[in-house]
Ligand binder design. Sequence first.
Ligand code: B12
Length: 267
Amino acid sequence: MSAELKRALLERCRKMEIPMVGVASVDRWERPPFEPWMPEEFYPRSIYPEARSVVVIGLPISLPVLETSPSVWYRELYRTVNILLDQYTYRLSNFLTERGHPSVFVPRDGYASVEALLKNPVAFFSHRHAAYLAGLGSFGVNKVLLTPEFGPRVRFGSVFTSAELPPDPMLTDDLCTRCMRCVRMCPARAINEKDYPEGLTDKNACSVYSAELNRHGVSPCGVCIKVCPVGTDRKLYDRSDASIYAKSDRAPELHRAWEHVRSYGDN
Ligand code: B12
């Protein structure tokens, strides 16, 4: 177990201004924390047999930009964060490889286009499960991972490494408040009230809506992560009240600003 290497890795992440990092040992996939779990071919060791640990990083989605969704602004933010995730995990994998521990990054998404998702909405590796096993958060009714810092407004990237790094403890708190805003406000009616994994997203309904937004150049949607009250980012942005999204009389100047942004730049 290399505590020294983990310290160096965390220092590297700090220098790269990565706000969220967690480590899971690959054997955590082999002891499913809940059912249904994923088939074995999705485990890190099945994909990269040398893997002993998975390093997961998280980058935040700025709430005031997400609030304008569906918009070109949120689409650009989403693309920027995606590019950074791939670049950071690529660089971290090389950092570990150069120190004698062969490592590879896993792309933050892993599908060719929305059309590919309509055919089969599954990628070869799940980052939210990796983030869960690396102690970064707990699943919400919106079926994505909620973190104390950013609620669900965080995207993840992972590195498979042959290094045996000390794993982080898994989060024992259940962060979801079950306010059901994500269920009520989903424009595709793709989310049910059941807890994950008993309840799953209607992937087809969500993908069809996303494909429609994509035709207008303003995908993804993101409503289920926007309306979630969890996350200290809400306080930082002065958005503690998550009820502002349902009614325009709660924050008329914000609703006007969002409408303005939405009115420009789409197909
Ligand atoms: C495909 C995909 C989608 C599809 C389908 C969503 C889905 N899978 O539910 C669509 C387009 C609908 C979508 C939408 C969104 N997505 Co998306 N998406 C992905 C992607 C690329 C792959 C997910 C996947 O296939 N995982 C692998 C499989 C094994 O996991 P699973 O689908 O969860 O499978 C489970 C169950 O189906 C079950 N199961 C039971 N039996 C079986 C049998 C088989 C054969 C399988 C495979 C599974 C299975 O077990 C599995 C484990 O519990 C990931 C990126 C990634 N590579 O992880 C992002 C990802 C999950 N998305 C993300 C986000 C943020 C979103 C959106 C908010 C859109 C946005 N960007 O604004 C919405 C949220 C929708 C929602 N509330 O669920 C983030 C989530 C971050 C977080 N905080 O958790 C991710 C992790 C991207 C990232 N790099 O950060 N997404």
